[in-house]
Design a protein around this ligand. Sequence first.
Ligand code: HEC
Ligand code: HEC
Length: 461
Amino acid sequence: MTGRARGRPSGWLALSGLTLVSILTGLAPSLPGPSTPAPWAAAPTAQHPGATPPAEDDAVVLTPAEVALALEFSPLPAPPPDPTNAVADDPAAARLGQALFFDPRLSGPGNIACASCHDPALGFADGRRLAKAVAHHPRHTQSLWNVAYNRWFFWDGRKDTLWSQALAPFEDPREHGGSRLQIVHTLAADDVLVRAYEGVFGAFPDVSDHDRFPAAGRPVPGDEAHPHALAWNRMTPEDRAAVDTVFVGVGKAIAAYERRLISRRAPFDVFVEGLREDDPAKQRALSASAQRGFALFAGKGRCLLCHDGPNFTDLEFHSNRVPTGEGVDPGRALGVLRLLDDPFNSSSVFADDGGASGRAKLALPAASWEVPGEFKTPTLRNVATTAPYMHEGQLQTLAEVIEFYSTLERAAAPGPHAETILVPAGLTAAEQADLLAFLEALTDESLPQALRRAPESPIRR
Ligand code: HEC
Ligand code: HEC
């Protein structure tokens, strides 16, 4: 155990958190049978002594304890509401957001859209080891599958809402390389976008006076001589607020779109539904190998200690000791300082609940914030579609990831606060193949084609 307290969200994750605690303490109160051992104390297959050997035509090879665990990993419920974004589930906002997500005019050079790096054909990622748009980026592009479930954004958690996350790449010189003033002018020059915006958020400000509203500009902390900063700083506070309101609206619309990028009906989910309904046809959705892989995931492999719950992530930060390149990336330790300093964080005036939920959220996990070298645990849903892996794209394939955890031979030296829960999983070649089959059975690409490209118009008919 790490001995460190972790902030845990309420709701559905609390259930799996309970399971986790019970597994760790060996009490397993939710598991059937009077003395069911902790799953990883048991052999991961049906050869476990005491388990009834499966009949020839039996589709299920899991022990009752493993079945009970599987029921906790599916189904994935609808995403939690976002009280900081009043249009989070508004279809008109999502349609506008989808148009903006694919629109390269919102970038400095005019040729980069969110979709340039989050390509729907590449699992809403880019297939590269490290990201590249206007310039190279030191981190690997995260996939957008199931982002609606996250509480913190980026590998280091420096954003705490989906809409405020979307504002960062626009002004990042390595990504869109643009500025909020340029974005507002781009919208203002497009009647259809203005109408779409007004349909969702109300009146669009008049930004036609270029003395009051320069063509480009944004705050540039630490570089007040930057042309963007000079332009921004000479505006009145009222005009800056008008620009910020549109900029935040752009983020909230994009978030409404991203909330629809959901994967939750994979073969694993059909299998679990089959367990619940006692339906052998559905139970056959998961091969015996992938079932054994689930048992390893939850047992000997100990993956569930961090990839916990039906989105296969505890939504928090850990060091899994994946080897890093040159330079030290402090991860969460720096991310949290940037989050607290962020004028768009969830406790700001831009949050539609007046910052109430944000103040509670930002106060909660302070105790675990100072640990360097921690990164966000990614979801494993659709993970087979998003290679390469890890925050620097260090590992190329899922087989490599599994081998990494199995031996930890390539692991970086443990830091001063190393996670003692991370130990070599010691999986045999056959077990590694089973775990791979399980991870591959988490793929659901049924997202409609219409959500994978720019809409014909940003206005809902
Ligand atoms: C240059 C390529 C690039 C572009 C362009 C880009 N992103 Fe990203 N995106 C990344 C990288 C790299 C990360 C991880 C960065 C980090 O952790 O520091 C990321 C992270 C994210 C995340 C966080 C996911 C999570 O689970 O925490 C979201 C959401 C996201 N991007 C959405 C967007 C949106 C919306 C846009 C357009 C406004 C966009 N991105 C433009 C490369 C890009
Ligand atoms: C100590 C917590 C922890 C444990 C245990 C753990 N992981 Fe992870 N996992 C993480 C974190 C944190 C990351 C991201 C690390 C980074 O990029 O630096 C990650 C990344 C991954 C990724 C890459 C996903 C992506 O989108 O890049 C895969 C796949 C993965 N883990 C699978 C597993 C499997 C399989 C196991 C069990 C054998 C496991 N993990 C055990 C915390 C853990």
